[in-house]
Design a protein around this ligand. Structure first.
Ligand code: MG
Length: 158
Protein backbone atom coordinates (compact mmCIF):
# COMPACT_ATOMS: atom_id res chain seq x y z
CA UNK A 1 0.00 0.00 0.00
CA UNK A 2 1.17 3.55 -0.76
CA UNK A 3 -0.49 6.80 0.33
CA UNK A 4 -0.20 10.18 -1.41
CA UNK A 5 -1.50 13.67 -0.79
CA UNK A 6 -1.92 16.61 -3.14
CA UNK A 7 -2.79 20.28 -2.82
CA UNK A 8 -3.51 22.91 -5.45
CA UNK A 9 -4.77 26.47 -5.65
CA UNK A 10 -5.71 28.62 -8.64
CA UNK A 11 -6.81 32.24 -8.84
CA UNK A 12 -10.43 32.84 -9.82
CA UNK A 13 -10.59 35.54 -12.51
CA UNK A 14 -13.01 36.92 -15.12
CA UNK A 15 -12.99 35.68 -18.72
CA UNK A 16 -11.79 32.16 -18.01
CA UNK A 17 -13.75 28.89 -18.14
CA UNK A 18 -14.30 27.21 -14.77
CA UNK A 19 -13.20 23.58 -15.05
CA UNK A 20 -13.09 21.49 -11.88
CA UNK A 21 -12.83 17.72 -11.78
CA UNK A 22 -13.12 17.68 -15.57
CA UNK A 23 -16.53 19.39 -15.49
CA UNK A 24 -17.22 22.73 -17.19
CA UNK A 25 -19.13 24.69 -14.58
CA UNK A 26 -21.20 27.74 -15.58
CA UNK A 27 -19.87 30.76 -13.65
CA UNK A 28 -18.91 34.38 -14.32
CA UNK A 29 -15.27 33.62 -13.39
CA UNK A 30 -12.82 30.80 -14.04
CA UNK A 31 -9.47 29.53 -12.85
CA UNK A 32 -6.27 31.13 -14.08
CA UNK A 33 -3.39 28.90 -15.12
CA UNK A 34 -1.09 27.73 -17.87
CA UNK A 35 -3.30 24.70 -18.52
CA UNK A 36 -7.09 24.65 -18.04
CA UNK A 37 -6.23 25.15 -14.33
CA UNK A 38 -8.37 22.23 -13.14
CA UNK A 39 -7.48 22.57 -9.47
CA UNK A 40 -8.95 19.19 -8.42
CA UNK A 41 -7.26 17.18 -11.16
CA UNK A 42 -3.93 18.90 -10.43
CA UNK A 43 -4.16 18.01 -6.73
CA UNK A 44 -5.10 14.45 -7.71
CA UNK A 45 -2.11 14.20 -10.05
CA UNK A 46 0.22 15.35 -7.25
CA UNK A 47 -1.34 12.81 -4.87
CA UNK A 48 -0.88 9.96 -7.38
CA UNK A 49 2.70 10.97 -8.18
CA UNK A 50 3.43 11.38 -4.48
CA UNK A 51 2.11 7.92 -3.64
CA UNK A 52 4.47 6.39 -6.21
CA UNK A 53 7.46 8.53 -5.25
CA UNK A 54 7.43 10.10 -8.70
CA UNK A 55 7.81 13.76 -7.77
CA UNK A 56 5.22 16.38 -8.67
CA UNK A 57 3.12 17.78 -11.50
CA UNK A 58 5.56 20.61 -12.25
CA UNK A 59 8.41 18.17 -12.92
CA UNK A 60 6.38 16.16 -15.42
CA UNK A 61 4.41 19.00 -17.04
CA UNK A 62 6.41 22.25 -16.60
CA UNK A 63 4.31 25.40 -16.99
CA UNK A 64 7.14 26.87 -19.05
CA UNK A 65 6.49 24.27 -21.77
CA UNK A 66 4.15 25.65 -24.48
CA UNK A 67 3.00 22.04 -25.06
CA UNK A 68 0.89 22.28 -21.89
CA UNK A 69 -0.63 25.70 -22.66
CA UNK A 70 -4.42 25.50 -22.13
CA UNK A 71 -4.13 21.68 -22.07
CA UNK A 72 -7.13 19.68 -20.86
CA UNK A 73 -5.98 18.41 -17.45
CA UNK A 74 -7.82 15.13 -18.10
CA UNK A 75 -5.07 14.42 -20.63
CA UNK A 76 -2.40 15.00 -17.96
CA UNK A 77 -4.25 12.72 -15.53
CA UNK A 78 -4.45 10.07 -18.23
CA UNK A 79 -0.65 10.23 -18.62
CA UNK A 80 -0.11 10.06 -14.86
CA UNK A 81 -2.46 7.09 -14.54
CA UNK A 82 -0.33 5.30 -17.16
CA UNK A 83 2.76 6.00 -14.99
CA UNK A 84 0.98 4.53 -11.96
CA UNK A 85 0.12 1.40 -13.93
CA UNK A 86 3.70 1.09 -15.22
CA UNK A 87 4.91 1.36 -11.61
CA UNK A 88 2.64 -1.61 -10.80
CA UNK A 89 -0.04 0.14 -8.72
CA UNK A 90 -3.81 0.52 -8.80
CA UNK A 91 -6.15 2.91 -7.00
CA UNK A 92 -7.76 1.69 -3.77
CA UNK A 93 -9.60 4.95 -3.07
CA UNK A 94 -9.41 8.70 -3.49
CA UNK A 95 -10.77 11.26 -1.06
CA UNK A 96 -10.78 14.95 -1.85
CA UNK A 97 -12.01 18.37 -0.79
CA UNK A 98 -12.63 21.42 -2.96
CA UNK A 99 -12.84 24.74 -1.13
CA UNK A 100 -14.68 27.44 -3.08
CA UNK A 101 -16.99 30.22 -1.93
CA UNK A 102 -18.84 30.34 -5.28
CA UNK A 103 -20.32 28.74 -7.31
CA UNK A 104 -22.12 25.91 -5.57
CA UNK A 105 -20.28 22.74 -6.57
CA UNK A 106 -22.40 19.98 -5.06
CA UNK A 107 -24.65 19.60 -8.16
CA UNK A 108 -21.53 18.81 -10.23
CA UNK A 109 -19.94 16.26 -7.90
CA UNK A 110 -21.63 13.15 -9.36
CA UNK A 111 -20.27 14.01 -12.82
CA UNK A 112 -16.80 14.78 -11.42
CA UNK A 113 -16.77 11.38 -9.70
CA UNK A 114 -17.73 9.61 -12.93
CA UNK A 115 -15.04 11.44 -14.91
CA UNK A 116 -12.28 10.85 -12.38
CA UNK A 117 -13.21 7.20 -11.84
CA UNK A 118 -13.02 6.53 -15.57
CA UNK A 119 -9.62 8.24 -15.76
CA UNK A 120 -8.01 6.23 -12.95
CA UNK A 121 -9.46 2.78 -13.65
CA UNK A 122 -11.73 2.88 -10.60
CA UNK A 123 -15.42 2.61 -9.76
CA UNK A 124 -17.36 5.73 -8.76
CA UNK A 125 -17.65 4.45 -5.17
CA UNK A 126 -13.84 4.55 -4.88
CA UNK A 127 -13.82 8.31 -5.56
CA UNK A 128 -15.08 10.74 -2.92
CA UNK A 129 -15.33 14.49 -3.49
CA UNK A 130 -16.35 16.95 -0.80
CA UNK A 131 -17.11 20.62 -1.43
CA UNK A 132 -16.97 23.34 1.20
CA UNK A 133 -16.85 27.09 1.43
CA UNK A 134 -14.33 29.11 3.42
CA UNK A 135 -17.08 30.80 5.48
CA UNK A 136 -16.33 34.07 3.59
CA UNK A 137 -12.86 34.18 5.21
CA UNK A 138 -9.51 34.70 3.49
CA UNK A 139 -8.72 34.62 -0.22
CA UNK A 140 -11.08 31.72 -0.89
CA UNK A 141 -13.83 33.49 1.03
CA UNK A 142 -13.33 36.65 -1.05
CA UNK A 143 -13.75 34.47 -4.19
CA UNK A 144 -10.17 35.22 -5.27
CA UNK A 145 -9.17 31.56 -5.59
CA UNK A 146 -10.24 27.93 -5.32
CA UNK A 147 -8.30 25.29 -3.37
CA UNK A 148 -8.32 21.49 -3.64
CA UNK A 149 -6.75 18.78 -1.51
CA UNK A 150 -6.62 15.08 -2.39
CA UNK A 151 -5.54 11.93 -0.57
CA UNK A 152 -5.07 8.68 -2.49
CA UNK A 153 -4.38 5.12 -1.44
CA UNK A 154 -2.75 2.79 -3.95
CA UNK A 155 -2.04 -0.91 -3.75
CA UNK A 156 0.08 -3.27 -5.79
CA UNK A 157 -1.94 -4.13 -8.89
CA UNK A 158 -3.55 -7.57 -8.81
MG1 MG B 1 -2.44 23.67 -10.69
Amino acid sequence: MRIGEGFDLHALVPDRPLVIGGVNIPHDKGLLGHSDADVLIHALIDALLGACGLGDIGQHFPDTDPKWHDVDSKLLLNKVYAMICRAGYEVVNIDSTIIAEQPKLSPHIPEMRRILAALVGAEVNQINIKAKTSERLGAVGREECVVATVTVLLSTAT
